[in-house]
Every structure is written in C-alpha cells, then in structure tokens.
Design a protein around this ligand. Structure first.
Ligand code: HXC
Ligand code: NAP
Length: 295
C-alpha cells in the first residue's frame, strides 16, 4: 500500500496571491497552521488576538519562511470597539480585506453546575460574540464599499450534537453555525459567502491542555473514538481551509465541512458498537439471525 502523506500542500503555488486574509487567533495552534499555509500560497496576512508578543513571534516566523507580509494586531474580539480598531488598522496597512477567518476561541472542561455565570459569559463572549463582532464590523464595511468577501468560521462537531462538560462552548459554536447558515443566504446578494469547518481531534497546546489536562490524555485514548484511528494533521486542516477561502470554492456557500476521521458519526450510529464484533463471529451470528422465523 502507498504511504499516505497528510502533510503535503494541496493547492497550486500562488493560489491565494493578492488576497488579504485576517485570521483571529492566528498566533497559535490551528490559526497559525492555516496562516502559514495561506502565506505560502501568496496571501497577505493579518493575525489578531490578545497577546501581541505571541502574534509578533508568529508573524516573524511565517514571513521569514514565505517572504510575504504578516501583520500582527492586538485585538480582543469580544470587544466591538477593538474589532473596529482592527478593521481600521488592517485597512490602513493593506487597503482591503478579502477574507475573514473566525478562529479565535476559549474553552475548558467543567461540570456545568460548577460554572459561575462569569465563566459561562467568558466563553460565549470569545466564541459567539467575538465571531459576530468581527462579522458585523467587517460585513458593514464590505457592504458599504461594495467589496466581495469570504468568511470562514471554525466550529466543532458538537455544534450540532452538543457535548457534556463543554456546555458554554457547545452553545457558542451552535450559534456560530447558525450565523454561518443564515448569512450565507442573507448576504449572498452582496457577494459575501460564508462557510464553516468543523474539526475533530487536532492536537494543539491551547485545546489539549484545557480539554485533556493532567493524565486525562493517557486515561482516554481519543484515537479509539475515530474510525480512522488517528488524529488530524494541521496541514490537512490548512488544505481544506485554503480551498474554502480560495476562488476555487466560489460556489460553496453556507456549508459546514467536517474533518474528523468519522468521529462524530461513530458516536451517533446506533449499531456502530458492532465494530467490536470479531470477523470470525459473523458466520455464527448470521446463522442465528437467519434462523429467526415469524414475529
Ligand atoms: C471553572 C473556570 C475555569 C475552569 C476559568 N474559569 N477557568 N471555571 N473551571 N477550569 C472561570 C473563572 O473562575 C472566572 O469566573 C471566569 O471563568 C473567567 O476566568 P478568567 O481566568 O478571568 O478568564 P480569562 O483569563 O479571560 O481566560 C479565558 C479562558 C482561557 C477561556 C478561561 O482559558 C483562555 O484565554 N483561553 C483561550 C484559548 C483556548 O481556550 N483555547 C482552546 C480552544 S479549544 P469567576 O466567576 O470565578 O470570576 C476548542 C476546541 C473545541 O475550542 C473542540 C475540541 C475537540
Ligand atoms: P488555540 O491555539 O488555543 O487557539 C485559540 C486562539 O484564540 C488563541 O490564539 C488565542 O490567542 C485566541 N483568543 C482567545 N480569546 C481571544 C479573544 N478574546 N480575542 C482574540 N483572540 C482570542 O486552540 P486551537 O486548538 O488552535 O483552536 C483553534 C480553533 O479550532 C478554535 O475555534 C477551536 O474551537 C477550534 N477547534 C479546535 C479543535 C482541536 O482539536 N484543536 C477541535 C475543534 C475545533 P490569545 O490568547 O492571544 O488571545
């Protein structure tokens, strides 16, 4: 069998040349991986989050590798005023923004009854409010200036299944998915399209240390939840994101693309549990089933 390479880039060189792409939470984790690949494909980048030192380091690293411009901009997306400032600074730097990637997030595991209302708010404010703050500020700008644009939101598969122990995040991501589908229709007339990616398990420091702290990582072998028996590689997600923000996907609008190796469906299908039955037992089982007569 051919060795599979999940780490090669997919799109042809220059696929994102002339595009200006803003990624919230672009200094770390999946935001950084997407940014690096967009920059490799020729895009000019704005990466925004709260920690300017982290952003600066990432910006230097990416632009040194790709020779393309990366603008690090401090912004707390939960504060609308800061988002308006981000828009202004980005316009001053590049004169346009073609793509907004709403990737910033906050999350931690906790039994819901242990949460204060402030703990609930903090997650909703980053994920849901942060996303609609950016969409509203940038959307108003695009519509006023008659500029076509693309928005890519990052959710997760529990946006539609829900999940115990991450209730604020699940509620926020469900809201982001609803915004994606709603505005995909409402703002299509302005040439603004909306899509979302729902990643499964992609190891990052930010997510892993908050969602699988201490020895939980060893206790639960998460790969076993995934039919493909592995976690995702960052480049796989970057490849999908690059396609969805590129002109190659111009007719895709309002879509949620799941990239999780089949994980959420594995939890959903009623008889998926039968995967545990060894192949050699199926002859016996078939005989029993065939022998059943009548009701
Ligand atoms: C209960 C907690 C808590 C915890 C914080 N709080 N951590 N409550 N259990 N583990 C409460 C605090 O007590 C406080 O409420 C309130 O939350 C705000 O906490 P602060 O520490 O003041 O907030 P802040 O410093 O802004 O931190 C925000 C954060 C932090 C979200 C808590 O973790 C953060 O900045 N995260 C950003 C990066 C991140 O989370 N990345 C992971 C994304 S992963 P009180 O009432 O006590 O004052 C992801 C993956 C999805 O989304 C799917 C994976 C498969
Ligand atoms: P991460 O590295 O922790 O990324 C989260 C980013 O959000 C950080 O760069 C953080 O930067 C930024 N951020 C947090 N609060 C902010 C705020 N108020 N304003 C601006 N930026 C803020 O985690 P990740 O795993 O790469 O997650 C990236 C995205 O993928 C998230 O949307 C997450 O829900 C989604 N996702 C991840 C996985 C996974 O397996 N990793 C699975 C499903 C979905 P600052 O601290 O500098 O602000």
């Amino acid at each position: 069998m051919l060795e599979q390479n999940y780490n090669s880039s997919m799109l042809k060189e220059g696929s994102l040349t002339d595009k200006v792409i803003l990624i919230t939470g672009g200094g770390t984790g999946l935001g950084k991986a997407m940014g690096k690949y967009f920059s490799e494909l020729g895009a000019k980048l704005i990466i925004a989050s709260r920690k300017l030192d982290v952003l600066q380091k990432t910006a230097e690293e990416i632009s040194a590798a790709t020779k393309n411009e990366v603008f690090p901009a401090a912004c707390d997306v939960s504060d609308y005023k800061q988002v308006e400032e981000l828009l202004k600074a980005s316009m001053e730097r590049f004169g346009k923004i073609d793509v907004l990637v709403n990737n910033a997030a906050g999350n931690f595991i906790s039994p819901t009854e242990r949460l204060s209302n402030k703990a609930f708010d903090i997650i909703i404010n980053i994920v849901l409010k942060g996303t609609y703050n950016c969409i509203l500020a940038f959307g108003k700008h695009w519509i006023k200036n008659k500029q076509k644009a693309t928005v890519l939101n990052i959710v997760t598969t529990y946006a539609w299944t829900g999940s115990a122990f991450v209730v604020p995040s699940a509620a926020a991501k469900a809201g982001v998915l609803a915004i994606t589908r709603s505005l995909a229709v409402e703002w299509a007339k302005y040439g603004i399209r909306f899509n979302t990616i729902a990643p499964g398990l992609f190891p990052t420091k930010g997510a892993w240390e908050r969602l699988l702290p201490g020895d939980l990582q060893n206790k639960f072998n998460l790969k076993r939840k995934v039919p493909l028996q592995r976690v995702g590689e960052h480049q796989e997600l970057a490849n999908l994101a690059a396609y969805l923000v590129s002109d190659f996907s111009s007719f895709i609008n309002g879509e949620v693309v799941t990239i999780d190796g089949g994980e959420w469906l594995n939890g959903a299908g009623q008889f998926n549990i039968l995967q545990a039955v060894p192949q050699e037992q199926w002859d016996k089982i078939e005989k029993i089933v065939r022998s059943v007569k009548g009701s």
